[in-house]
Design a protein around this ligand. Sequence first.
Ligand code: PLP
Length: 462
Amino acid sequence: MDGTFNENDLSRVVEADRAHVWHHLIQHKPFETNDPRIIVEGKGMRVWDQKGKEHLDAVSGGVWTVNVGYGRESICKAVYDQLMKLCYFANSAGSIPGSIFAEMLIEKMPGMSRVYYTNSGSEANEKAFKMVRQIAHKRYGGKKTKIMYRDRDYHGSTLAAMSAGGQDERNAQYGPFAPDFVRVPHCMEYRKHELDGAPEENFGEWAADQIEQVILREGPDTVGALCLEPVTAGGGVIEAPEGYWQRVQEICKKYDILLHIDEVVCGVGRTGTWFGYQQYGVKPDFVTMAKGVASGYAAIACMVTTEEVFDMFKDDASDPLNYFRDISTFGGCTAGPAAAIENMRIIQDENLLQNCTDMGNRMVGNLQALMEKHKVIGDVRGKGLFLGAELVVDRATKEPVDEKMAQAVVADCMSQGVIIGATNRSVPGKNNTLCFSPALIATADDIDQITDAVDGALGRVF
Ligand code: PLP
């Protein structure tokens, strides 16, 4: 094979894929007999597979990524122009798009000040974890190295990121994990009955107080940071209840604990504001982001922090260890920030934050109407165009439906030409939450097409 490819020869692609590609997050056995799915083309909200079948993509590239939709010429042109000018130089030097995008980003994040470029959400999180540990060594005599993370949250696939992983199914068989990562309970209102002592009233404050209990158990002088998703994604699309974030902020302040918000999914518009945390009045010390930063047009992730944190890494230039001794080779690629600049302009110019809120509200309304009709929907939740519908056997017991049933709904939607997802990785075998994250350009017709497909699928599967 010489690498040349005739556009019409998609059967060769299928065979090459079947023979040589190891796909992410799936069991490959069925592909010994079934054709793998190859996505060939995308435009706007829609993609086409190798058979020419059109799909309405209700999950923005499968994992909440393509926020501005497919086929954006202005992003492609910006990337092309930048690559022709300068494709790469290690990030110890600056670049034009890297500087301009950092300025644009910081304008959207009052209180934040510095952008550290890297390749993926996992790595962005690891950068913050490393900083917390370095601060512990520098400021606290090697104490305060512990990082707290929440049950059901996910922070990435690398080993330290998995050590902060609250989804047991994903972590099973990959241990042992890194020391000094400490789990705090989840804050999911719908499943509060699973938490010992959870009250009917003021659950949000109670859930945050459980974090304080963990701090007191571990010793406040050993805990450096708390890492949370603003709205939990893969763990079941979970928005924290009323009162939670305010208490979280107070607790972090009280015990001198840095607050790290993982915006890998929520960041850059997904919830209807630039960042998810901005909906809850939180002031973070670290914010990490990846997926929507350039909507998948180039690989880019950012770890953003405050001037106060930045200062700790430069205040004593006579100490040879007193700087962040870290590198990410591809944090020097210029395609990422070039794409990110254009991506952010599109969101601004096309008023996509407002569209996200409006279409999110429409979708919630549609899903709530489906709840009246289909008793299997136990809960509808989320923010903006980041929504979930949890399927249960019985609304009274809230017993999750078997994962196979949720997958049957996903497959039925797929046969109708609508791609949705199913998630909730905390409970092995119980991925029972249908999830929806269409691009921020979705129209009312798109939203209705998605929920109509779900309606039909639920009717056939249950
Ligand atoms: N954080 C969250 C909340 C995520 O959902 C993900 C990926 O899905 C990550 C981090 C890891 O990002 P990446 O896959 O780019 O390493």
